[in-house]
Design a protein around this ligand. Structure first.
Ligand SMILES: [Zn+2]
Length: 260
């Protein structure tokens, strides 16, 4: 029995129990099948709490689909680069309405990777650590802004836990304001694909010490994109952001297929 069917069956049974509780008329099987319920046509979606930030804010991710091909997209690892967050929330609403995009695929979304930094409009987390310098890499620097040790920060550990749990085939980390598509490790082909679907140019910024790009791309060999949006994108609505960058994100999810 598939998970989707299992989920639908459970929801259906729950609906029937709720609707027909106290009703003396026997319910026929066709009536049960015909009864509307909210989960019938949705894809398996799972909210997970990955951990808590230094200031006890929840670090939450959403998983859609259950296929073997996995894309992991995160936003706001730098708290003062918030435009990726509404973009991912829009993506989270879009995918269930286009379930064909998730055939054989899983998408893991982490819309706010640095919740304390976002709350105070700061690049760093609440301890003054740049999370994008806190990963266990050969090029990591030991200093206050990079954290006292690799993965010293709970937010970086939460991101790493997604990588180890879901073993993504591709990763996109959304930043601002450098207006380009940067890549690490074997990410060039993916960068070229994304560039076909948005106006940002490919630019190699170089592997930063202790960054997620260095960790995933160089240490683990996962194609990873640092998707640098424009500075002015912070002021845009989710719909406008989606018009500018939605297709590029879909291109990552369906890779190597083309966006239709
Ligand atoms: Zn950044």
């Amino acid at each position: 029995m598939s998970r989707k069917w299992s989920l639908s069956s459970t929801a259906c049974a729950l609906f029937v129990v709720l609707v027909f509780a106290g009703c003396h008329k026997p319910v026929s099987y066709p009536e049960i099948i015909a009864a509307p319920h909210p989960l019938t046509d949705t894809l398996p979606a799972q909210h997970r709490i990955l951990g808590k930030s230094i200031e006890n804010r929840l670090i939450e991710c959403l998983t859609l689909g259950y296929g073997r091909d996995v894309t992991f997209i995160l936003a706001a690892i730098h708290g003062n680069e918030p435009a990726g967050t509404p973009l991912l929330r829009h993506l989270a609403e879009y995918l269930p309405r286009h379930p064909q995009l998730l055939a054989g695929r899983t998408v893991v979304l982490l819309p706010v990777a640095n919740p304390d930094g976002m709350a105070r409009n700061s690049r760093d987390n609440a301890r003054g650590v740049d999370l994008n310098r806190n990963f266990a890499t050969a090029n990591r620097l030991d200093n206050k802004n990079s954290g006292t040790a690799p993965l010293s920060e709970p937010e970086a550990r939460a991101i790493e836990s997604v990588i180890w749990k879901y073993k993504p085939n591709r990763i996109v980390s959304i930043h601002q304001p450098l207006a380009c598509i940067d890549y690490d490790g074997p990410g060039l082909i993916l960068a070229i694909r994304m560039a076909q679907y948005c106006d940002l140019p490919i630019k190699k910024l170089g592997a930063k010490p202790g960054s997620l790009g260095s960790y995933a791309g160089l240490e683990l060999g996962i194609p990873i994109i640092t998707f640098e949006l424009l500075p002015g994108d912070t002021a845009l609505s989710a719909e406008r952001l989606w018009r500018q960058y939605g297709k590029a994100l879909i291109a990552v999810i369906v890779y190597p297929d083309a966006v239709k």
